[in-house]
Design a binder for this molecule. Structure first.
Ligand code: 13P
Ligand code: 13P
Ligand code: MG
Ligand code: MG
Ligand code: MG
Ligand code: MG
Length: 379
């Protein structure tokens, strides 16, 4: 029978800003999931956080998008929100955009990545959890893992991978997906996913047998809410080894701290810094954006692990480079390309600033030289 690995995550409040949840929130969510495990609704679970986002990692036999599992996650987040309200934490219930649960958390604020699998003889899986960025942050690493032979030696060496992979690319504005083959259509894939705010790699399948190898959460809160509610702080699931990229090939793209959208007020570009769980909190300018990687084996639905994969000196230089890039980007203050472009600023103050100024914009020829400040203030 098939096992489903479901990660459902949400930010429901944080201590001292958008930094990290309170341990009592994690305990509240854990209690709900422990009870569900007792009742055999789920097989196994693990609760953690990255930055201010609570991560519910669950295994079960109900398949993807199941109301019991989504309802359970909703209940856990509600319970953690209650704690946040009691403690007067910041932004209590932030990502829960609706009061009432209606069968599925998709479109209600939480991020979701679910992967249904036939367990292989050994089932190594890596789950990635990021804060202060958006789902498109996974585009470059996922591409490198499954389509770049300079990253993944197995694409060249392993006969099971040699045919390549199929990418499902999701257009977040249109709510539509397209399936594309690599390596044949690599340049077309890149033409799309190089716009990570719109086109997101959502799923990757192995071409030789259509095995589902990776899933990325694609929810975009601001598009859902129609207003600024922070970034979507994405998650991803990647299966590894035995005809799939090796764990080291899956981690390798994260040795380059590429620029992603997010960081302070969800409105800035900054480097994605891979960190161990103990550093999965965001401080400098509410960042820089961070990602953790948890290694698991799944055994009849049991979650064996996690191992904290970025807790390795091998990523020290990446972190040092990320700090240098953070410093360099910060020096730009409110200027692009540190600050995001206008199309991404739609849900911030920028529209209201433009609205306020709209009567003061005049054709260049009509501009009179302003002699005194009072002329300007009289508007
Ligand atoms: P082992 O021989 O240790 O299993 O290594 C295989 C592999 O995939 C290394 O990348
Ligand atoms: P989050 O999406 O992590 O809550 O970030 C919000 C924010 O404004 C950070 O500066
Ligand atoms: Mg927050
Ligand atoms: Mg967050
Ligand atoms: Mg967020
Ligand atoms: Mg070995």
């Amino acid at each position: 029978d098939k096992i489903t690995l479901s990660i459902i995550k949400a930010d429901v409040g944080s201590i001292a800003g958008h930094h990290m949840p309170h341990p009592d929130q994690l305990a509240a969510a854990t209690k709900i999931l422990a009870e569900a495990k007792q009742k055999d609704i789920i097989i196994d679970f693990y609760v953690t956080h990255v930055g201010d986002d609570i991560q519910l990692i669950m295994t079960h036999r109900k398949g993807v998008d199941h109301p019991d599992i989504h309802g359970l996650a909703w209940e856990a987040f509600k319970s953690a929100t209650k704690v946040a309200k009691e403690l007067k934490l910041y932004a209590a219930g932030q990502d829960l955009l609706s009061e009432a649960f209606s069968g599925n958390v998709r479109g209600m604020g939480p991020g979701v990545a679910e992967l249904e699998m036939e367990e292989r003889e050994a089932e190594p899986v890596i789950t990635f959890h990021a804060d202060k960025t958006e789902p498109g942050a996974f585009n470059m690493p996922i591409y490198r893992i499954f389509a770049d032979p300079f990253n993944t030696a197995g694409l060249v060496i392993d006969p099971k991978m040699h045919d390549g992979f199929i990418f499902e690319v999701y257009d977040v504005f249109e709510g539509r997906s397209v399936l594309m083959k690599t390596p044949e259509e690599s340049y077309d894939v890149l033409a799309l996913i190089g716009t990570p705010g719109r086109y997101i790699v959502r799923r990757v399948y192995r071409k030789s047998d259509n095995l589902l190898a990776a899933v990325v959460s694609v929810e975009r809160l601001n598009l859902t809410a129609g207003r600024y509610v922070g970034k979507d702080d994405p998650v991803a699931i990647v299966r590894a080894q035995h005809g799939l990229p090796a764990v080291g090939e899956v981690l390798e793209p994260f040795s380059f701290p590429h620029l992603v959208a997010g960081w302070m007020r969800g409105s800035h570009h900054g480097p994605l810094m891979p960190v161990p769980m103990r550093y999965a909190k965001v401080t400098r300018f509410d960042g820089p954006p961070r990602i953790i990687a948890l290694g698991w084996n799944i055994s009849k639905g049991r979650l064996i692990g996690p191992v904290d994969l970025f807790d390795d000196v091998a990523f020290d230089e990446t972190r040092r480079l990320a700090e240098m890039i953070a410093e360099y980007m910060r020096r730009h203050g409110p200027f692009m390309p540190h600050r995001l472009g206008p199309e991404e600023m739609e849900y911030t103050t920028l529209p209201s600033v433009l609205e306020k100024l709209k009567d003061r914009f005049v054709k260049t020829e009509e501009v009179k030289v302003v002699k005194k400040h009072s002329d300007l203030l009289s508007h």
